[in-house]
Ligand binder design. Structure first.
Ligand SMILES: Cc1cc2nc3c(=O)[nH]c(=O)nc-3n(C[C@H](O)[C@H](O)[C@H](O)COP(=O)(O)OP(=O)(O)OC[C@H]3O[C@@H](n4cnc5c(N)ncnc54)[C@H](O)[C@@H]3O)c2cc1C
Length: 298
């Protein structure tokens, strides 16, 4: 950013949006700055630091469990969010708590982690399992809501217009009998992961799985939902056998990355194990695997 000339601290969302619209693509939002700090772009002339805008700091839960999260909440804030509904706590908050180390978590923002999507970005994996919706605002076009799934299919940076800002993430209410988790495998606690998996399982009144999400991250370029495997789980009674069967099929539904840290084959195997563990954990939350094994069912 050798041509950086100005750094703005707007106090409100409209003020920030005006700055972006006037900037014609040469003015960028900065959240935690952990990714932007590495930018070598000569085109950026000004940064709009949105971390002091009060209207972007909220973490609220409605009576029915719907959540709205301001874009500048930090990973640390999310990891320590005591009021989070249980499934959100076990997926999103858990994922936030696994990001890098405490000093990074203190500054990395929810919005930045989503918009600057890397293979290792943890929050979008959890948000996909929660069917989250991103709210984008612009001084030119008003507000639009995009499911995180749409935003991550290509890349959020390509989907967002230069004058748009991600202001909020919405998580819909989940059924009462819903279980979820986020699991990560990395060499050390602070290292980039080899693979991550987020899963969610909803049960209907008869104890049958009514909906399921299985998301793989990190082992693939962008987080991906394994819909064919989700369909295998939906309509079934939760059981350890089902978790094992679904896990064993993961390798045929992903094309893992391979590099000097881990081969594609290793990552495929790892994802199989993580998916099995994640499903078992979800099943355990909704019915108790021990109960299933004793033949007590749901
Ligand atoms: C050593 C290291 C290890 C890391 N390990 C992990 C890890 O294990 N897991 C993980 O998930 N992350 C990890 N991260 C963080 C990740 O790589 C990104 O740096 C981080 O998510 C970016 O968030 P930020 O708030 O700092 O964004 P910034 O750097 O401020 O911004 C990134 C980009 O997003 C845009 N942007 C930011 N906020 C908004 C918004 N609200 N609306 C529109 N555009 C916006 C900016 O304009 C910029 O283009 C690590 C980072 C480092 C440096």
């Amino acid at each position: 950013m050798k041509n950086l000339e100005r750094w703005y601290y707007p106090k409100s969302i409209p003020e920030a949006l005006e700055l972006l619209a006037e900037g014609g693509g040469k003015v960028k939002v900065i959240g935690g700055g952990t990714a932007l700090a590495e930018s070598r772009s000569p085109d950026i002339v000004a940064l709009v630091d949105i971390t002091r805008i009060d209207a972007l700091q909220h973490a609220t839960v409605e009576g029915d469990g719907r959540c709205t999260l301001g874009a500048v909440l930090t990973a640390h804030h999310l990891a320590e969010w005591l009021n989070a509904p249980p499934v959100v706590a076990r997926t999103l908050c858990k994922a936030a708590g696994t990001i890098s180390h405490r000093m990074h978590r203190n500054v990395i923002t929810l919005g930045g982690n989503i918009v600057q999507l890397y293979a290792w970005s943890d929050l979008p994996v959890a948000l996909l399992a929660l069917d989250a919706v991103c709210v984008l605002q612009s001084a030119k076009n008003g507000t639009r809501r995009l499911p995180i799934r749409k935003l991550t299919t290509v890349h959020p940076a390509k989907e967002l217009l230069f004058h748009e800002m991600l202001t909020q993430v919405e998580i819909p209410a989940l059924p009462a009998r819903s279980g979820g988790t986020f699991v990560k495998f990395a060499r050390t606690e602070t290292d980039y992961a080899f693979a991550t998996v987020a899963a969610r399982v909803d049960l209907d009144g008869d104890g049958v799985v009514s909906d399921c999400r299985i998301v793989v991250g990190c082992a693939v370029p962008r987080p991906v939902r394994l819909e064919a495997l989700e369909a295998m789980v939906t309509g079934q009674d939760p059981s350890p056998g089902l978790a094992a069967e679904v896990g064993s099929r993961v390798g045929t539904h992903i094309r893992p990355l391979g590099d000097f840290r881990a081969s594609a084959a290793y990552r495929a195997e790892l994802c199989s194990v993580l998916v099995k563990r994640a499903l078992l954990e979800c099943f355990d939350q909704v019915v108790g695997v021990a109960a299933i094994e004793r033949g007590e069912g749901a």
